[in-house]
Design a protein around this ligand. Structure first.
Ligand code: ADP
Length: 363
């Protein structure tokens, strides 16, 4: 499948094997297809986007028109592709899938657009990675349902206008900030997807378990069973929750009678080195080196990377975003600093007042 292939090449294989990666592995897309919600009502969480999108679709249905173009932005694994598929399904329209990196020439886009029928939904994943000439062609197609196709080269080149039947573009991006203003402005509706709360992830795990035939034990002392344990280790991301569920299922099948209890889920995920807050081996290695070897920082990211035996980019792009978002690590002009939460998570005592420590501001 050409979809995403070039992106996969860019990500080193070590990242692909990470259980906590938010991006999908090549084979994973097939497994995921079975777990995708099919209607807006089946979507868990994202209440605001769901309500807004529901309104856009209902209004279009009532007017008998195609819905406005939709932009979905947010980190990987939160449901952008799923929502694009739902938009098509709710409008009973066919969905065409492509991705920004696959559209290297304006001609690639022209041939996709000229193949559309009225009402089709065109999904362009990673839309910020489309080539500039294709982007300019897309402006016109979105606004006027028309493109100018250039035939020939040099002074003899002529441009032929081509009508395109009204369609709905659904663009997805992990980097809304990289999208040029003129493109962003042509979307009638933009939905920002947020990380999920643990109780929402728990519902997603329950739903997926039902579809996969995994038996979850109900409630422990705190009222949550195996699903709660998986949810709390899933970094706010449904894709990771579904992946962890599959690993826990394997463990339950081999080591138990298949029933996923909370202790069993915890043991399985400990084995895979995903800790109770969702940190993996690399995340913990970064914090460990930062606290134990560098006294909590500040230390430069290159030094940190050498100390954990990884490339600088891996530490910066793979480990840090999650650690920063969850308040374990701070980026400062002088380098990286461990927060009190990092020391606590490692079971260590912070040496004196550290960054973000309330004690620092006493008196
Ligand atoms: P993205 O396109 O943002 O990377 P996807 O739409 O491919 O994410 O979703 C990844 C996986 O997570 C899919 O298997 C999908 O079933 C699941 N998923 C995402 N969002 C939800 C949700 N709100 N409810 C249930 N499952 C979800």
């Amino acid at each position: 499948m050409p979809f995403h292939e070039d992106e996969l090449d860019e990500i080193e294989s070590s990242h692909l094997q990470r259980l906590t990666a938010a991006e999908a592995d090549g084979d994973e897309r097939a497994v995921e297809a079975a777990l995708r919600p099919r209607t807006l009502d089946e979507v868990v969480g994202q209440a605001r986007v769901r309500a807004q999108l529901g309104l856009v679709l209902e209004a279009a249905r009532q007017r008998g028109r195609v819905p406005d173009h939709v932009l979905l932005s947010g980190p990987p694994g939160l449901g952008k592709t799923t929502l694009a598929m739902i938009i098509a399904a709710e409008m009973s329209s066919p969905l065409r899938l492509t991705s920004g990196p696959a559209i290297t020439h304006a001609g690639d886009l022209a041939s996709i657009l000229s193949g559309l029928n009225e009402g089709d939904v065109l999904f362009v994943d990673e839309i910020h990675r489309m080539s500039r000439p294709a982007e300019e062609m897309l402006y016109m197609a979105m606004e006027d349902f028309r493109v100018d196709v250039v035939i020939g080269k040099g002074p003899g080149a002529t441009s032929i206008p081509l009508e395109i039947p009204p369609f709905t573009l659904v663009g997805a991006t992990t980097r809304a900030g990289l999208l040029p203003g003129p493109l962003r402005d042509r979307f009638g509706f933009t939905g920002h997807l947020e990380f999920y709360e643990p109780d929402e992830l728990e519902l997603i795990v329950r739903r997926s378990a039902g579809l996969l035939g995994v038996e979850l034990a109900e409630g422990g002392a705190d009222g949550t069973g195996g699903a709660g344990e998986i949810a709390s280790r899933s970094r706010g991301t449904p894709r990771i929750a579904n992946r962890l569920l599959r690993r826990v299922r394997d463990y339950a099948q081999v080591h138990a009678d298949g029933l996923v209890t909370r202790p069993l889920a915890a043991a399985a995920l400990d084995l895979y080195e995903v800790d109770p807050l969702g940190l993996d081996r690399l995340d913990r290695a970064v914090l460990d080196v930062l606290c134990r070897r560098f006294g909590g920082g500040p230390v430069g990211v290159s030094t940190l990377a050498v100390a954990v035996g990884e490339e600088r980019e891996t530490v910066e792009e793979v480990a840090e975003p999650f650690l920063v978002r969850n308040g374990f690590l701070a980026r400062t002009p002088r380098g990286r600093i461990a927060t009190p939460a990092a020391w606590e998570h490692l079971g260590l005592r912070a040496p004196g007042p550290t960054y973000g420590d309330e004690g620092l501001f006493d008196e």
